[in-house]
Design a protein around this ligand. Structure first.
Ligand SMILES: Cc1cc2nc3c(=O)[nH]c(=O)nc-3n(C[C@H](O)[C@H](O)[C@H](O)COP(=O)(O)O)c2cc1C
Length: 362
């Protein structure tokens, strides 16, 4: 088991409607004032990262969306320790714009920006904004080239690259970003193509919520391939956290979220995400096996089962760490209140359990 503490990130609610496709009350707002305060609460609570989302159109909720890079910068300006991960969609962004924009933000924020390269799943969005819709594996091939180019621009002078999607000749970015060797690069998915990119170019692999066994299978596959490529990658897993003083209360909240789910929106979302991993040659991927209930949370966050008392949740997190997870990406119903509760009640228990495990191992 890693000797490093497991890290915590939260989803930035920079799109409207919260993180569940349900009519249950969500005391979460997508506006900047709410989000600045949330970021301050989160860094005080012990969260290391915040992940903002990139969306260009509405769909299944998310009627209004703030752009991810500019929103991330605003959160960085409101905090002092938190790292903010800006999401970028290759296509609207090309690597040189991303490299320049993020290097500047890195320099303006004492080296606290990171990036999530999104391969895309939402065909309607691509069509609406005039982007070519590539086949599943082609989207990941483009992301791989995007990441290689980003790293090249950030770390080399006279960068030259000959890919199928991107070409550079003798390009030198000045100034380079503050973080060395470069800001961290995250990338998400579950499909073979997503895992292969993680095992070759990304610093971090994000995946949808899953059982401990499901996560272990992905971690083992990625780490084996990464070792063969002489590449190091860390793993982050999504979870929708429902932490309450009693297990009954937590389970009742989950039941209410599902009972108040919007079936039309959930089913339409389920149909749309078949464009993701289920459309890949091996038909695996983020939502390939998701049930109706799973899809009520956009990234299968109930499956990770961080639902219960602080003690139950802390134990579960340490189990995930034991199979190789480095970071928990968490979503909440009422973000400000629940991030604070998580920091006060769950996080100290995780640190205690981690310390006990390490002492036992020694
Ligand atoms: C943690 C996480 C965050 C993601 N953030 C975004 C996002 O902000 N915008 C977006 O369009 N897709 C986002 N995605 C979707 C992925 O980039 C990818 O398109 C999707 O997971 C398809 O995976 P698959 O090919 O393995 O099925 C995210 C995925 C994960 C796991």
């Amino acid at each position: 088991m890693s000797t490093e503490n497991i890290k915590f990130a939260y989803w930035v609610p920079n799109v409207s409607g919260g993180l569940v496709v349900s009519n249950i009350e969500q005391r979460t707002s997508w506006d900047i004032d709410y989000n600045r305060k949330l970021a301050q609460i989160a860094e005080k609570a012990g969260f290391e990262y915040a992940l903002s989302q990139i969306r260009f159109t509405a769909g299944y909720g998310a009627e209004f969306q703030h752009e991810s890079v500019s929103f991330s910068h605003a959160l960085l300006a409101a905090t002092t320790k938190l790292k903010v991960i800006a999401a970028i969609l290759p296509g609207p962004w090309n690597p040189v714009l991303a490299a320049k924009q993020l290097a500047t933000i890195d320099l303006l924020t004492e080296g606290r920006i990171a990036v999530n390269i999104v391969s895309g799943w939402f065909r309607g969005e691509f069509t609406a904004i005039g982007e070519h819709w590539l086949d599943h594996d082609e989207r990941y091939r483009r992301s791989k080239e995007f990441i290689e180019a980003l790293k090249g621009i950030w770390t080399q002078d006279n960068f030259t690259y000959r890919g199928d999607f991107y070409r550079f000749s003798n390009y030198t970015l000045k100034p380079k970003p503050l973080q060395q060797p470069h800001p961290e690069i995250f990338q998400g998915g579950s499909s073979r193509a997503a895992r292969d990119n993680a095992a070759s170019v990304s610093d971090w692999y994000f995946t949808n919520g899953n059982t401990v066994e499901g996560i272990k299978a992905q971690v083992d596959d990625i780490r084996t391939k990464a070792a063969a490529n002489n590449h190091q990658v860390k793993i982050g897993v999504n979870a929708f956290v429902i932490a309450r003083d009693t297990e009954e209360e937590a389970k009742a909240v989950l039941a209410e979220i599902i009972a108040k789910a919007n079936p039309e929106a959930v089913n339409a979302f389920g149909h749309e995400v078949k464009n993701a991993g289920a459309a890949s040659p091996e038909k695996e991927g983020n939502w390939a096996k998701s049930t109706f209930e799973d899809l009520v949370q956009y990234n299968d966050g109930f499956k990770t089962n961080l639902i219960g008392t602080p003690q139950q949740i802390a134990e579960r997190i340490v189990e995930l760490k034991a199979v190789g997870v480095d970071l928990i990406l968490s979503g909440f119903l009422h973000f400000q209140e629940e991030v604070a509760y998580f920091g006060e009640k769950v996080l100290p228990l995780v640190r205690e359990l981690e310390a006990k495990k390490l002492a036992k191992a020694a």
